[in-house]
Design a protein around this ligand. Sequence first.
Ligand SMILES: [Zn+2]
Length: 314
Amino acid sequence: MGIIQLILGKKFPFKFVYSDEYWMVDLGKHVFPIKKYRMIYEKLLAMGVKKENFLVPEPVSDDDLLLIHTPKYIKKLKTGTFSQAEIQTLELPYSEDLARFAWLYVGGTVLSAERALTDGLCVHIGGGFHHAFPDHGEGFCVLNDVAVALEKLNREGKIRKAMIVDCDLHQGNGTAAIFAKKDYVFTFSIHQMDIYPADKPASTMDVGLWSGDGDEKYLAALEENFPRLYRKFKPDLVFYIAGSDPLDDDQLGGLRLTKEGLEARDTIVIEGARRLRIPIAVVFAGGYSRDVQDSVAVHINTIKVAQRTARKFA
Ligand SMILES: [Zn+2]
């Protein structure tokens, strides 16, 4: 049965978080396909998902950002006072719109975590900016949305333990550094070793793969750890960073996963969590296929897996 038949005629089993403002920031000619957010949204509408299933986020508050980020860095983002070197590290052109986009996507990720806790599952069509550190942004990541969301929920007493399952192609250096001394978060990252970031601070668990590795090695490594780690750590919430950049022929990477392989990855992570009734929030992170439609197709497949899973474990 195809996705269209699955969706039509039934109430959609979880909420999406999405803002039409996400894709409006002008990055110039940039490898980050910001329009993918809009494309995913439109695809879902075309498939029959009703508008009421999309929650629109508000920008996160400065107080919430300060749970993770330094006052100095927040001020720089508000005033645009960056050095050339800082902009080079961020790898994005600074603008007020970029800052607004960042505030908004952190708000979106916070909202998706809250909804995951109440509904069991939530998909943020955005977020996953795992290279952002407390005092600086890098690798297209301005603010660390997942870190802010987890710290906020933990302070509010809504979660005691959480796990980040980071399956973006790149190692989650920002989140690894942020949670290195915070035991309440288990950070798992499976990534390609011989690319950015050169310096990879230790996650709770890192799985390193190499250029040319494909479905077989990737899925074997995941299956070795999931659902085992879920059972062992017993998180109250999982954040799944579902980058599409491990796909074969990605412009920034050398892993060779197929779309089917990535869908199998999604099933291991999402179904593994829901089978144990652990709430899971999905964020989309990176993906740089030559044809943006390929990145979008991988993200849509992740949504299909989430949908199937939500129905199965409702
Ligand atoms: Zn990436």
